[in-house]
Write a protein that binds this ligand. Structure first.
Ligand code: CMC
Length: 429
């Protein structure tokens, strides 16, 4: 097979290299396109555009395959701890016991945040959305740790920044929650696991010992792993583009948190529960909601359905659906919203509109039901996604930095006015 692609433009033929990825994915390298032809490509939403060559996550949307550094998501969710997966994503291989002990110990000892940050939280209005607070707080970490701004990309500074960010993100997330509901914040506890410590800071109260429930700890561990990376999605691309200007890791990840917040991306988990609650409250037949989602004059979409890359099924959704059943069963919770979700899925999966477009439940469809069962308020769902996605954002930022990728700067096709002369104010109609 030819390893070049030929393009004929205005009667002239050009050749461009064809690349093949490790899993036989094909790409035409058009990095020299404009220089040789004067043309650019137009691809809104980057539906066909590879922005980088990455060795972190493999995703096959047609066959519902997701692997981190070669390991299947199913196996990692079943057998690994979130710390192992974080290490795997960031450093490329599973840690041996010494490496894991060092990594975990370093993260455990950076969990405190500067006391001044409490004053930032105090300034937010009561009920402030935790994603807005988290994004601001993550960016502000760079002001406390100026070595993160070192543009020379010193390896020791980068390493310290990575460990600090992984360590402090759950502290900030839990503080955002406590501020949102008006409760006193809890200091981290070093004898707990990463997930257990987060639970303690979320649900613990001063002067009382918080007991970590292993069912909840294990469910959160699994959820974090399932969210840990997803190649070049909206927030990850944001992190890479912001980082490509040599912005520090904290600022880059803060931008990722903001990108994740939108309801078409990570904010969908909150939107799903709100939709299911509305269906429940209204009591109208499910078909009427499906009809609305299909109606092009109605802006309503079935939240938690569809994916840019998965057109068959989302492997994360399969695992989460089972986990939702398990967790609710173990905790003895009967959530009517879970039944509505299952009915909605059934109806949508047999409806021609959804089948034809390959619209299946995605990761966000069932995750909110677990979060609810675990006692996490709806406003915090996307924060949970952010906590899980953090190692992926870091790994992608680090890879981009190590590869010394050029600054991200797309082109455009200009459609505005052509040159015209300035008209004095009194001569304008
Ligand atoms: N409900 C109804 N119709 C839909 C939906 C939906 N949830 N999703 C896509 N469609 C239709 C869309 O109208 C279009 O129809 P047509 O071809 O007739 O114009 C077709 O399906 C293709 O959709 P698209 O918007 O071109 O696809 P996209 O790749 O640009 O968008 C998406 C992907 C995830 C933004 C979209 O499916 C969506 O809005 N889903 C609901 C929000 C959601 O659940 N987001 C979470 C995604 S998973 C978590 C993550 O990793 O971010």
């Amino acid at each position: 097979m030819s390893d070049t692609a030929r393009l004929i433009l205005e009667g002239q033929e050009y050749e461009f290299p064809v690349l093949t990825g490790a899993e036989n994915e094909k790409a035409i390298d058009i990095s020299k396109l404009r220089g040789t032809t004067g043309y650019i490509t137009l691809d809104p939403g980057f539906k066909n555009t590879g922005s980088t060559q990455s060795g972190i996550t493999y995703l096959d949307g047609e066959n519902g395959i997701l692997r981190y550094r070669g390991y299947s998501i199913e196996e990692l969710a079943e057998k690994a701890s979130f710390m192992e997966v974080a290490y795997l994503l960031i450093y490329g291989d599973l840690p041996n016991s010494d490496q894991l002990a060092y990594f975990t110990d370093s993260i455990t000892h950076h969990t405190l945040v500067h006391e001044n940050m409490k004053r930032f939280f105090d300034a937010f209005p009561l009920g402030a959305h935790p994603m807005g607070m988290l994004s601001s707080m993550v960016a502000s970490l760079s002001t406390f740790y100026p070595e993160s701004q070192n543009p020379n990309r010193d390896i020791t500074d980068i390493e310290l920044t990575i460990h600090r960010l992984i360590a402090k993100m759950p502290t900030l997330a839990a503080q955002a929650y406590k501020h949102n509901v008006g409760l006193p914040t809890m200091y981290p506890k070093n004898n707990l696991s990463y997930v257990g410590n987060f639970m303690h800071m979320m649900w613990g109260v001063p002067a009382e010992d918080y007991e970590v429930d292993p069912i909840i700890e294990s469910a959160l561990n699994k959820l974090f792993i399932l969210h840990a990376d997803h190649e070049q999605n909206c927030s990850t691309s944001t992190v890479r583009v912001v980082g490509s200007s040599q912005a520090n890791l904290y600022s880059s990840v803060s931008a990722g948190v903001s990108a994740l917040w939108g309801p078409l991306h990570g904010g969908a988990n909150q939107a799903v529960i709100e939709m299911l609650e509305a269906i429940r409250a209204e009591g109208s037949p499910l078909q009427s909601w499906i009809d609305r989602a299909k109606d092009k004059t109605d802006s309503f979409r079935l939240m938690g359905f569809g994916h840019r890359v998965y057109k068959n099924f989302d492997p994360r959704a399969r695992i989460i659906k089972k986990a939702a059943d398990d967790v609710l069963g173990q905790l003895g919770i009967n959530d009517p919203v879970l039944d509505i979700a299952k009915q909605l899925e059934e109806v949508a999966l047999h409806d021609e509109y959804f089948v034809k477009r390959g619209l299946y439940p995605n990761v966000d469809f069932y995750s909110g039901i677990i979060y609810r069962a675990l006692g996490i308020p709806t406003d915090m769902f996307t924060v949970m996604f952010a906590l899980g996605r953090l190692p992926g954002w870091i790994a992608q930022w680090k890879e981009m930095t190590e590869n010394r990728e050029p600054i991200g700067r797309p082109r455009q096709v200009y459609t505005g006015a052509t040159q015209r002369d300035f008209v004095a104010l009194n001569n304008r109609s």
